[in-house]
Design a protein around this ligand. Structure first.
Ligand code: FAD
Length: 660
């Protein structure tokens, strides 16, 4: 019988749902909270905020991360900012408008109820973080400053220079540290969750590997929360930190947690282009740069060819020969169209031969006009650390004058190109952020919840902190309310022993392959397959071929992998191999989902389904649902599709328009 998913969306009008939910949810009384243990895996913005909040409420929290400090979670890399509907600029923003922009930005593939709640709690996040002392940028008069991000016509992005993630994480970390000091949070750094333990159909604990000693350890709790980030590194080259992985999420998938919309992968338009084949990481240039930077390529093919050959420089191309293609195609939003639209437009120009750089795979991001308008000091004030980062990597300073022609100053433009950045898909969760395994919750980037087929810039930090500070602390109580009657579970139960044994056996299997290929060489090949066949432009044939190649690669991994050293003690190659095993399965999931979704929406672009103007063409009649994938007991078996229909009550579903 086909499985049915219950998203548990409360009844009532969309703007009232969350208030109603909070008014009627079950609570755990203070004495019982002291008896209840919660495992939170992850210390990024989602995990740290959840762990700190749950501990402050009285629960006993066990908090895990793979880094040596919670502060090194990948959230630290977030540069540009965090959205909220404060309307400090008096430019017409509101909870409704943030909700609307997010649903439209996600190409009408997100749940209305979740997104409305997200917009509603966005303002609380800013208050919370200000109270923690997060040094948001301020205007001269002392008010918090805002800038614009893609897909919005208002300025609602709060920021701390180009280090917003770091400052927010320091805020969450201080709350967490307070709870560690109180003894309510027990921190386990350099521990990796390898599996979830299921007892009587509920998540009751985890098996974690001490990454320093190599030993496996058992932990039990009344509920398990994973906040382990996204799966962008499936593509090998991405803007994600090297340690980002999807092992916890994929292991939960193998145990019965469905994976939703895996094909919704975000390709960010402003990254430093790939150079050579020795790279293992790509660098993001924050979307905030699109506030003042203008994106262009040459109008004439001969100029593009000269730029590619290195016989001409960008600043030598006069104004009239520049094609500001985003401003031309999307006059209403210009350079601030959403990421999926901007990335595809860059690809379209490069495919037609107008790309710059020696590869032809780049476009310019130019600050000449804004520097002349605002002065270099103001521009450096806004983007100084990003300019420095760009210069360190490319040896070009975008704030340096290159020449003056006819009284106009031209500055060295940046070169940028789209790169894998964020994953909208992830573990399926209901309105309570609970997965299809009772007692297992997923928050932050590792769940699929709020962004539909494309995430708007500055909305990931908002979602992670909303989940951790303001949503999960309520919803998890609905589950925990009747858990206090159970005695604390012993890790000697057979389920714990069996799960640990299976993890151990899997590690032995990997160590004993003793083949010839390094983890990185196979991972690089995975990245190539994903980018070529499951990347920015997808086709039926390409995806089918991709799936074949992925299956062959899994075989290669299983038979020809080489891990040096032993499983005892620290072995980074072994840890990477475990991640790669799961990236390959995740890659297949992305491909299955992309193949079945015979439409284009947001970050998922099927070349067969586009409008005459090359825009994504949705098929609402047949694909207006969340595509959820159910594991069939073996990595070799194709997963089964389960659909969660979408139901829109207040937003009219229509073709996205950023032109007027
Ligand atoms: C370069 C860059 C810039 C960005 N800028 C912005 C921005 O300006 N605004 C915005 O809104 N978004 C931005 N994003 C996106 C945003 O940073 C992320 O989506 C968000 O920080 C994810 O937070 P998280 O808490 O879900 O996961 P993460 O921060 O990735 O944290 C994951 C945690 O899980 C732990 N973990 C992982 N696996 C395991 C395991 N198996 N066992 C134990 N622990 C584990 C890790 O140690 C870590 O603590 C940016 C992303 C990138 C790559």
């Amino acid at each position: 019988m086909a499985k049915v998913l219950d998203s548990k969306i409360p009844a009532g009008p969309v703007p009232e749902k969350w208030k109603e939910y909070k008014a009627h949810q079950r609570l755990v009384n203070p004495k019982n909270k002291l008896k209840l243990d919660v495992i939170v895996v992850g210390t990024g913005l989602a995990g740290a905020s959840a762990a700190a909040s749950l501990a402050e409420m009285g629960f006993n929290v066990y908090n895990f991360c793979i880094q040596d400090s919670p502060r090194r979670a990948h959230s630290i890399a977030a540069q540009g900012g965090i959205n909220a509907a404060k309307n400090y600029q008096n430019d017409g923003d509101s909870v409704y408008r943030l909700f609307y922009d997010t649903v439209k930005g996600g190409d009408y593939r997100a749940r209305e109820a979740n997104v409305y709640r997200l917009a509603e709690v966005s303002n609380n996040i800013i208050d919370q973080c200000v109270a923690q002392g997060v040094p948001f940028a301020r205007e001269y008069g002392g008010m918090l400053a805002n800038r614009s991000f893609g897909g919005a016509q208002v300025s609602r992005t709060f920021y701390a220079k180009g280090q917003t993630g770091q400052q927010l994480l320091l805020g969450a970390y201080s709350s967490l540290s307070k709870e560690v000091q109180r003894g309510k949070v027990k921190l386990f750094t350099r521990y990796e969750m390898e599996d979830v333990v299921i007892v009587d159909g509920r998540a009751r604990g985890i098996i974690a590997k001490n990454l320093v000693t190599g030993k496996l350890e058992r932990f039990s709790a009344n509920a398990v929360v994973i906040a382990t980030g996204g799966y962008g590194n499936t593509y090998f080259l991405s803007t994600n930190a090297m340690g980002c992985n999807c092992t916890a999420a994929v292991q939960c998938f193998r145990k019965g947690a469905m994976m939703a919309n895996p094909s919704y992968v975000q390709i960010h338009p402003t990254c430093i282009p790939v150079h050579g084949d020795k790279q293992s990481k790509l660098t993001l240039m924050s979307e905030s740069l699109r506030n003042d930077g203008r994106i262009w390529v040459p109008k004439k093919l001969e100029d593009a060819k000269a730029l590619q050959a290195g016989t001409k420089q960008g600043y030598e191309i006069p104004e009239e020969d520049r094609d500001y293609y985003l401003e031309r195609r999307y006059p209403a939003f210009g350079n601030l169209v959403p990421r999926d639209v901007a990335s595809r437009a860059a690809k379209e120009r490069c495919d037609k031969g107008f790309g710059v750089n020696n590869t032809g795979l780049a476009v310019f991001l130019d600050f000449s006009e804004s520097i002349q308008r605002l002065g270099i000091d103001e521009i450096r004030q806004r983007y100084g650390n990003l300019f420095d980062m760009y210069e360190e990597i490319t040896d070009v300073n975008p704030g340096e004058k290159a020449c003056t022609k006819n009284g106009v100053d031209y500055y060295y433009p940046m070169m940028i190109f789209p790169a894998i950045h964020y994953t909208m898909g992830g573990v399926w969760v209901d309105y309570e952020l609970q997965t299809t395994i009772p007692g297992l919750f997923a928050i932050g980037e590792c769940n699929f919840s709020d962004h539909g087929a494309n995430r708007l810039g500055a909305s990931a930090l908002m979602q992670g902190l909303a989940d951790g500070y303001f949503v999960l602390p309520y919803t998890i109580q609905n589950y925990l309310a009747d858990q206090a009657i159970w005695p604390r579970l012993s890790t000697d139960l057979p389920e714990f022993a069996a799960t640990e044994k299976a993890v151990e056996a899997e590690i032995d299997r990997l160590m004993n392959i003793k083949g010839k290929r390094s983890v990185d060489s196979i991972h690089k090949e995975l990245g190539h397959i994903m980018w070529e066949h499951v990347g920015m432009g997808r086709t039926k044939e390409g995806l089918e071929e991709g799936l074949k190649l992925l299956k062959a690669l899994r075989k290669e991994f299983d038979t020809n992998l080489f891990i040096p050293g032993s499983k005892e003690g620290l072995n980074v190659e072994l840890d990477k191999a475990i991640h790669l095993r799961d990236f390959i399965l995740m890659g297949e999931l992305v491909a299955y989902d992309a193949l079945h979704r015979e439409e284009s929406c947001g970050g998922h672009f099927r070349e067969e389904h586009q409008t005459e103007e090359g825009e994504a063409k949705r098929d609402d009649e047949n694909f207006f649902y969340v595509g959820c994938w159910d594991y069939q007991g073996s990595d070799d078996k194709a997963p089964e599709l389960v659909k969660e229909p979408l139901n829109y009550e207040i937003i009219k579903v229509q073709q996205r328009n950023y032109k007027n």
